[in-house]
Design a protein around this ligand. Sequence first.
Ligand code: HXC
Length: 276
Amino acid sequence: MESLSHFHSISPFKDDILKGKVALITGGGSGIGFEISTQLGKHGAFVAIMGRRRNVLDSAVSQLQAQGIKAIGLEGDVRKNEDATRVVEMTVKHFGKLDILVNGAAGNFLVPAEDLSPNGFRTVLDIDSVGTFTMCHESLKYLKKGGPGRDSAVGGTILNISATLHYTASWYQIHVSAAKAAVDSLTRSLALEWGTDYDIRVNGIAPGPIEGTPGMSKLGPDEAKSKIGDMLPLYKLGERWDIAMAAVYLASDAGKYVNGTTLVVDNGLWLSRPRH
Ligand code: HXC
């Protein structure tokens, strides 16, 4: 069960800013992806969520529908090309078009580099980096200006969920850091090529530590986490809501002149150094 703490925050955006938009969110059934699905839906979007686990999808879809959001769950693994093709096609078949693709699916575990097998390294790059590229590639024909169900001058938009691990270096995250560095690079390359040719805006969000997520629970014991705050002046846990609001901003017309950027949403943490 997801923590409900984010429901305390009221959106500063009007609830119709994504009215009629169709969003596909990979990894949308849990964690940050689920909150992004919820908030895109609460701001008017129709929502398709993609994930590997049917039970997680079913529970997420009922929670979305209970809030009046039109939502479907599509089973699939972003590492499989045929799954990516099928899920994008099903989304368009169901809702008539695709406006917003959010690449949230990710793999993560803590492991010292010397204990990580090349296959373990490859697995995370396959999910995060290749998976993101595959989903973008499969979605292109629907997102481009003049694509099915859209205006001849207006393209859709892509959001890639990344991290700040690779801005410096992070212990036991060599695979995730490399994978997210590649994701940020994809964001820039696609923004350039597809922004120019197809009016598709491609941006990223780099979350800091967010409470109640798989990423946080994998970071280690809670007592270690509570000590980080003493050492890093800007350390403060964010809520999934904070990331979802960034997604609403970037996906909506509020972000219409933003292309090729990765917005860091971490309270400034990655800049932080221990007090001396
Ligand atoms: C070392 C590991 C390992 C571990 C898997 N491997 N887990 N190595 N330590 N804890 C290695 C395996 O030994 C194998 O290599 C290879 O990785 C593939 O493992 P599989 O179990 O076959 O992979 P699979 O079942 O596909 O699972 C993928 C997964 C899994 C990434 C390993 O954890 C997963 O799917 N997680 C998705 C959910 C998740 O973690 N989401 C959180 C994202 S949070 P060999 O050589 O033995 O074959 C996030 C935040 C980032 O992204 C920022 C955090 C701060």
